[in-house]
Design a protein around this ligand. Structure first.
Ligand code: SPQ
Length: 429
């Protein structure tokens, strides 16, 4: 797509949005629907490019998946129903797809090869390929399996007892998915809590998984049964409009049916600490994934420190939190966030580089960034660098710039939020 010219908003942002389905949960609904026995029906599935890559991979593995406007139907036939693909599995831009898929394929007694786009080609895979090899999977690939393209021949897995070197839901999930197919019980230890959608999915599909503080135990040879999943709105997508509502003077926005899973809601803690006028009403419902409505109003904000165990609970929101911090009084320091360097882009570098172009005062550090608040943003030409979250952050920044912003590579936004600009325009009317 050509560059997009974005005009600042001269009015407050007001209105109500139904935030699209959660990306992490949408991926997992296809994966679990495919490895379960029976039919799984998914509503509010996110039709973003990443989740479509997951559907395409599972179709190549022999799973029948029907898409209609409001419903995804997956005809699972258990782990054994997956068949050797005669085409390469292309995960596109999606780290979640490749890492979790490797966990599933580790237990399958056939050959698969996997590729992705240029960004995927730079993201570290040893964090999953190494423990999966320890369980018995045969994996090869560029740089001895550190990067795509990768090939895997699975089957005959032994359980693992593994302490994760980094707090990563993708690594944890890959090992859980392999553990479900191993002979015996696997134990996985997390250095900090990460999103627990995989664990919740296992229970929803009739399987068992135990957690005792940081220790997760999963038994092998489990049979999962197809079910109905309603995907909550994605808090990582809602985050863009939470920040827009907080920084555009006079704004008031209601975001409906957003997932507020405690392993994902770090942005709520941070916004409260910064003095945001944010109200959340918890929706009563089943225990699968908690959901709430969020009302955000513009208010004065103050800088804060974001670090430690909070980081995995808001890792994908750091780019938009950095923008929020440019509009606070005082300094915001983000620490212990070195994982940002291995996302779709090096998000420490891309956030600092692009916000600096717009006039923000922000410095990169080894494990995060320092943002000096009270900047008035100017406008200019910026790029998403092909990273959806950087693109959306810059589109929200453009709302408070003095002049227009030209956003290069805006098409990346469809990875996780295909109707992002439609929603932004609803609030600008
Ligand atoms: O799927 P992908 O490309 O890794 O997407 C990102 C994102 O910004 O949408 C990260 F770049 O989200 C990850 C997240 O950072 C999704 C995810 C999951 O669904 O399990 C977990 C996190 O990654 P990690 O490496 O911390 O496990």
């Amino acid at each position: 797509m050509e560059s997009l010219i974005i005009q600042p908003t001269f009015n407050a942002l007001t209105g109500v949005l139904e935030i699209p389905g959660d990306k992490s949960i949408s991926h997992r609904s296809v994966m679990f629907g495919s490895i379960a026995k029976g039919v799984t029906k998914v509503t509010n599935f996110l039709p973003g490019d990443d989740c479509l890559s997951t559907i395409s991979c599972f179709r190549k593995l022999g799973v029948v998946i029907e898409e209609s406007e409001n419903l995804l139907t997956i005809y699972g036939n258990g782990f054994d129903g997956l068949t050797e693909p005669d085409e390469i599995l292309d995960v596109g831009n999606s780290g979640t797809t490749i890492r979790l898929l490797l966990g599933i394929l580790a237990g399958r007694p056939f050959y698969s090869s996997l590729i992705g786009d240029r960004s995927i080609g730079k993201r570290p895979m040893t964090r999953v390929t190494e423990p999966l090899r320890q369980m018995g999977a045969r994996i090869d690939g560029r740089n001895n399996g550190a990067f795509t393209p990768l090939s895997i021949r699975g089957g005959g897995l032994t359980p693992i007892n593994y302490e994760l070197p980094v707090a990563s839901a993708q690594v944890k999930s890959a090992l859980i998915l392999a553990g479900l197919q191993a002979k015996g019980e696997s134990t996985i230890i997390e250095p900090a809590d990460t999103r627990d959608h995989t664990e919740r999915m296992i229970r929803k599909f009739g399987g068992e998984i135990q957690r005792d503080n940081s220790v997760i135990r999963v038994k092998g040879d489990q049979k999962l049964i197809g079910t109905e999943i309603h995907v909550p709105g994605d808090i990582s997508s809602a985050a863009f409009f939470l920040v827009a509502g907080a920084i555009v003077p006079g704004s008031e926005i209601l975001l409906k049916n957003v997932g507020i899973n405690p392993t994902r809601n770090g942005i709520i803690d941070v916004m409260n600490k910064m003095g945001a006028d944010l109200e959340i009403s918890h929706q009563p419902g089943d225990s699968f994934e908690p959901i709430g409505d969020m009302t955000i109003k513009a208010s004065r904000l103050k800088g804060t420190v974001i670090e430690g165990d909070l980081i995995p609970k808001l890792i994908d929101e750091i780019p938009i939190i950095a923008l929020l911090a440019t509009q606070a009084e005082g300094k915001t320091v983000i620490k212990n966030a070195e994982e940002l360097k291995v996302k779709e882009t090096n998000r420490i570098d891309t956030v600092v580089q692009e916000l600096t172009k717009l006039g923000a005062r922000i410095e990169a550090t080894d494990d995060g960034m320092i943002i000096y608040g009270g900047s008035s943003l100017t406008g200019g030409t910026v790029s998403s660098h092909g990273d959806h979250r950087i693109g959306m952050m810059l589109a929200i920044a453009a709302q408070i710039c003095k002049g227009e912003v030209t956003l290069e590579n805006p098409e990346a936004i469809s990875i996780s939020y295909p109707n992002f600009f439609t929603h932004l325009n609803i609030l600008k009317k």
